[in-house]
Design a protein around this ligand. Structure first.
Ligand code: ADP
Ligand code: MG
Length: 501
């Protein structure tokens, strides 16, 4: 069953959206939140588990100190206050991915609270998002539903469970309700999640790969008629796991809520599932604010005390904030706003920085990444950084072009060779016989042949019609299979004909 929707424009004419985000960040600690089992993605199922992760009776958890440090760093980067003491709590529920029958989380005592993040939108305006809290918890195991057509639990024959993810440290970042975004709500949603992702990546506390679930977003959306103070009923779209999806899910939910409100039906407070293929959501489970998880303080863990000295020590280790870094890099590189935005959107800012550090000029680094590599990455359906292009390779290729050893077209071919694993640029130039013909001997032979083949053109040039030279240059390039330097060929032709260039 598909839900009715209004057009986005019509929805905006009648209603104001209110948003709220819960972003889960998996920390990249060596071991788990409460056990010494390895925290590694992609291993053989159920190999990175021990008694604590499996919830065996009588086991005792121990808090991972690095996870606490990472959580405090995240809190500080989100401009939060850090609690002097805080506790873990048990959130009780049954689900096969959590054998303990409770999740160790934080409830009324989060480690970080009352922060904010300033989000820059595409047109340069800055929107402040208030952070309610950032609390620590553990991830659940992973269920894989088998036998069905969709991979979802509905229609599956059976499910497999992998507890490798059980107990992986998580920080959940919850915003206060976000009002006033209006029609920019979808854009803000995407930009907010992108900013959180950038922060945790920049801090080095998470691998921050959304496609691996390192950063997962639940998007809450409600609408209220213009001028109404009271919030509407929200829906919570779970696990929207790409930046594009966050934007689309918020837009879709706004359109769906508007249709429900227009019909006079009540909005149901529920979780929803996002479907990438249809770009729609479907109903999950009804969820009231009074859901009773019987939270109570975790008796097996002592409270955490974060001394002010420790917090300040951690603050001193924080890297330059992403927004400041971007401003600095743009100024250093001398890119226009548009050039810089394209670089950021293409996801090659870090790569360009490394290429410049390896010795390229900002213009050369941008030319290679934006002109050559981004397109190849798109074709291969990977992030540009994942193609494995070494900054030193770009510097070497560019040097060969500047020295006239190869031309741009050949350089592009050499890059293909590098990506195919054929060796270093120098080796590929050698192997593929790509060097520009710079010895004048063979060039002069080819020029004389071209002039003899087109005597009328030669006469024109002699008579002062230098524009006609293209035909001769073309003939020489053809004869040398593109391996001549066109500038040099031109100069030699003019010299041969005794014409001033
Ligand atoms: P839950 O876990 O039950 O979803 P949380 O408090 O963890 O509750 O998260 C709810 C999120 O939704 C928060 O970001 C909150 O600011 C936001 N929110 C609360 N009420 C509304 C509303 N009426 N419309 C939109 N967002 C809301
Ligand atoms: Mg929540």
């Amino acid at each position: 069953m598909t839900d009715a929707t209004l057009s986005f424009e019509e929805a905006m004419e009648k209603y104001d959206p209110v948003l709220g985000f819960e972003v889960h960040v998996e920390l990249n600690t060596k071991t788990k939140m409460f056990s010494s089992a390895p925290n590694v993605f992609g291993d053989e199922p159920n190999t990175n588990v021990n008694e604590v992760d499996l919830g065996m009776p009588g086991v005792l958890p121990v808090v991972n100190k690095t996870a606490i440090e990472s959580s405090i760093k995240i809190g500080l980067a989100l401009n939060c206050k850090i609690a002097e003491t805080c506790r873990f709590a048990r959130k009780n529920y049954f689900y096969p991915d959590t054998p303990k029958n409770f999740q160790t989380s934080q409830y009324d005592e989060p480690i970080a609270y009352d922060g904010y993040l300033d989000i820059e939108l595409a047109d340069g305006t800055v929107f402040r998002v208030e952070i309610e809290r950032a609390h620590m918890e553990e991830d659940a195991g992973k269920l894989t539903h088998m036998g069905g057509a969709t991979g979802r639990i509905q229609g599956a024959d059976y499910s497999l469970v992998d507890y490798n993810r059980s107990g992986v440290p998580l920080v959940e970042i919850v915003t206060k309700p976000i009002e006033g975004a209006g029609s920019r709500a979808p854009e803000l949603a995407k930009a907010y999640v992108a900013a959180v992702r950038e922060i945790v990546k920049n801090l080095g506390v998470s691998d921050a790969k959304m496609e691996r679930g390192n950063v997962r977003c639940d998007a809450n959306v409600s609408l209220r008629p213009h001028g109404r103070e009271r919030f509407g009923i929200r829906s919570e779209t779970k696990n929207v796991n790409s930046l594009r999806a966050v934007e689309h899910a918020v837009r879709y939910e706004i359109q769906r809520h508007a249709a429900v409100l227009d019909s006079g039906e009540p909005v149901i407070q529920e979780t929803r599932h996002w479907h990438e293929d249809t770009r729609t959501t479907t109903s999950g489970r009804a969820k009231s604010d009074a859901d009773d998880y019987r939270y109570f303080p975790e008796p097996d863990l002592v409270p955490i005390t974060a001394s002010r000295e420790w917090v300040e020590e951690l603050r001193a280790t924080l890297p330059e904030p992403p927004a400041a870094r971007r401003k600095r890099l743009q100024a250093d590189w001398g890119y226009s706003d548009l050039e810089f935005r394209d670089v950021v959107n293409a996801g090659v800012m870090d790569e360009i920085e490394e290429t410049i550090a390896a010795g390229a000029t900002p213009t050369v680094a941008r030319k290679w990444w934006m002109g050559e590599i981004v397109g190849r990455a798109k074709n291969a359906d990977v992030d540009p950084g994942q193609l494995g292009v070494n900054p030193a390779t770009i510097v070497e290729l560019n040097k060969m072009v500047e020295e006239g050893k190869i031309n741009n077209k050949m350089a592009s071919e050499v890059l293909d060779g590098v990506l195919a694993g054929e060796g270093t640029p120098a080796e590929i130039v050698e192997k593929r016989g790509l060097a520009v013909v710079s010895d004048d001997g063979p060039l002069l032979e080819a020029i004389d042949a071209a002039l003899a083949a087109q005597p009328d053109v030669a006469d024109k040039i002699r008579g002062g019609k230098v524009q006609a030279i293209g035909a001769i240059v073309g003939g020489v390039m053809k004869a040398t299979r593109g391996q001549a330097d066109a500038g040099r060929v031109r100069a030699l032709i003019l010299q041969r004909l005794g014409v001033e260039g």
